[in-house]
Write a protein that binds this ligand. Structure first.
Ligand code: CTP
Length: 469
């Protein structure tokens, strides 16, 4: 391969522990925070971690918890190549090691130093590197848990379909026995062309192939249609989904998320500050871990997690209806209900069909509110046996001691198995949360965790209750 240019400046370290390919293609681990940097001479330059960098701290926390996967991220020559940097970044943030590979044409669109700078790994571009003792394509294939091609051009898809091994990407795809995830990006006419259709069908015959898009939308030429690359965030999510072991397979979960909105009239409503992030993280992680997930979401702009059935509702009454429908009248249709929604406790006693006007001379308005049904308590009191397992949340604004007291009260009053207790200021609108798991077995303080990691801890507890492991 051609020599890698030295980094222009000592870039901040990768937030992740890194590996370097040794001569036999084995990964040589470098301790957390000490990312290898490629230099012109092929030496490894070690940089110190930045203790102040919160992204690194959060990622390390995530890493402590997840097994480290490796993805060979292959970039082909498409205008969408610049989005590969975002894909790399998303995978790195989730604790994945990324080995960057580029076709020759990709270099016309994306500078390799972008990918080496982000990943802390040399960008592999050719099989013919005299300094690499061994076979590059075999070495990478041996380490990668998945080969992700993003973007994939019509030409690359054609070469893959024909089993060619005429560059590093195709040779690597041919050696790898792991999932091959392909995110096409091309003009809609190229995607629709019978030749591409035949190539796609040929690759489909291999069960390892998974297509990530393309999606409908505008492409570089200004035309619009099926050919646009899936968004980097969706590619990252689908890749993580594929990499995650399915330890919740066979379980059916109902998860609620977000606030509810209680309408006064067509323009005004009562709601709360919940963003829905926690419930969506639970749904995303549960689905990635193999559970069948129904997500009942109050008003939220968050994207639907990969392979999750989403039911959008607005009010507490509508959420109650959707929860009962998902669980079934005898509660037998799910193994667990996780109520992470911040259900409005009250709704206006009267909802008006048209906008209410101010009345002349009126200096105060009195609003009558009615208590909403407590969905979780209703289910808890209807439940006959241990299923569905019930997980509630307690969002409070007091001291930890008081929060614990409230959580214990809710555990008993609502007859649930676990209450996730947290403070509103630690949780609402944030990417992380400081929570305690309260159950009849005691209290487990989890400390500050990214919501995805907290979701995994809650799901671990659920798995233990339901499956005994
Ligand atoms: N919950 C529910 N239905 C409601 C209110 C709350 O199912 N009408 C659920 C929430 O989804 C959460 C748990 O009950 O899992 C606790 O919600 P929270 O608002 O913290 O407590 P409340 O029971 O409403 O009590 P309070 O507001 O007085 O603390």
């Amino acid at each position: 391969m051609t020599g890698q240019p030295p980094p222009r400046r000592p870039a901040p370290t990768s937030p992740l522990p890194s590996f370097h390919l040794d001569a036999e293609g084995r990964g040589v681990p470098v301790p957390v925070g000490l990312a290898p940097r490629p230099t012109g001479s092929g030496e490894i330059l070690e940089l110190e971690p930045d203790p102040e960098d919160q992204t690194q701290v959060a990622s390390r926390k995530h890493l402590e918890y997840t097994r480290r996967s490796t993805v060979a991220l292959c970039v082909a020559g498409s205008i969408a190549a610049y989005k590969a940097a975002e894909v790399a970044r998303g995978l790195l943030e989730a604790g994945v090691r990324v080995i960057p590979v580029m076709t020759q044409a990709a270099e016309e669109f994306l500078g390799p130093s972008t990918l080496s700078g982000l990943t802390g790994e040399p960008v592999r571009k050719t099989m013919w590197d005299p300094n690499f003792p061994g076979e590059m394509h075999v070495a990478i294939a041996r380490q990668a848990d998945a080969v992700l091609i993003a973007p994939a051009t019509a030409d690359l898809i054609s070469r893959l379909a024909h089993g060619r091994a005429d560059d590093l990407v195709t040779a690597l795809a041919l050696v790898s026995e792991k999932p091959l995830l392909i995110a096409p990006a091309m003009h809609p006419s190229m995607w629709a062309h019978p030749a591409t259709r035949r190539n796609v069908a040929a690759l489909d015959a291999d069960a390892r192939t998974e297509w990530l898009g393309p999606v409908d939308g505008p492409v570089a030429s200004g035309d619009s249609g099926l050919g646009r690359m899936m968004s980097p965030a969706q590619i990252v999510e689908a890749t993580l989904f594929r990499l995650t072991s399915k330890d919740l397979a066979g379980l059916k979960l109902v998860i609620t998320a977000g606030p509810t909105a209680e309408d006064l009239d067509p323009v005004r409503y009562l709601t709360n500050r919940s963003s829905g992030k926690m419930g969506f993280a639970l749904a995303r992680r549960a689905a990635a871990r193999g559970a069948t997930v129904t997500l009942i979401a109050g008003p939220s702009g968050l994207p639907t997690p990969h392979r999750v059935k989403r039911v959008d509702v607005r009010s507490a009454i509508a959420m109650r209806g959707a929860v009962w429908q998902a669980l079934g009248p005898d509660l037998s249709m799910a193994d667990a209900l996780i109520m992470s929604a911040a259900v409005s406790d009250f709704r206006p006693a009267e909802t008006h069909a048209s906008k209410q006007k101010k009345k002349k001379g009126e200096s105060a308005v009195h609003l009558e509110l009615t208590l909403n049904p407590d969905i979780l308590a209703e289910i808890g009191h209807s439940r006959q046996g241990p299923r569905p397992m019930l997980v509630g949340f307690a969002v409070e604004t007091d001291s930890d001691e008081k929060i614990l007291g409230y959580a214990q009260g809710k555990l008993a009053d609502k007859r649930v198995d676990v209450v996730v207790a947290n403070r509103a200021s630690d949780s609402f609108g944030r990417g992380d949360n400081r929570a305690m798991l309260v159950s009849s077995a005691g209290v487990e303080a989890l400390g500050v965790l990214p919501k995805e990691t907290l979701a995994d801890r809650i799901l671990d507890r659920m798995r233990l209750n339901l499956l005994g492991k």
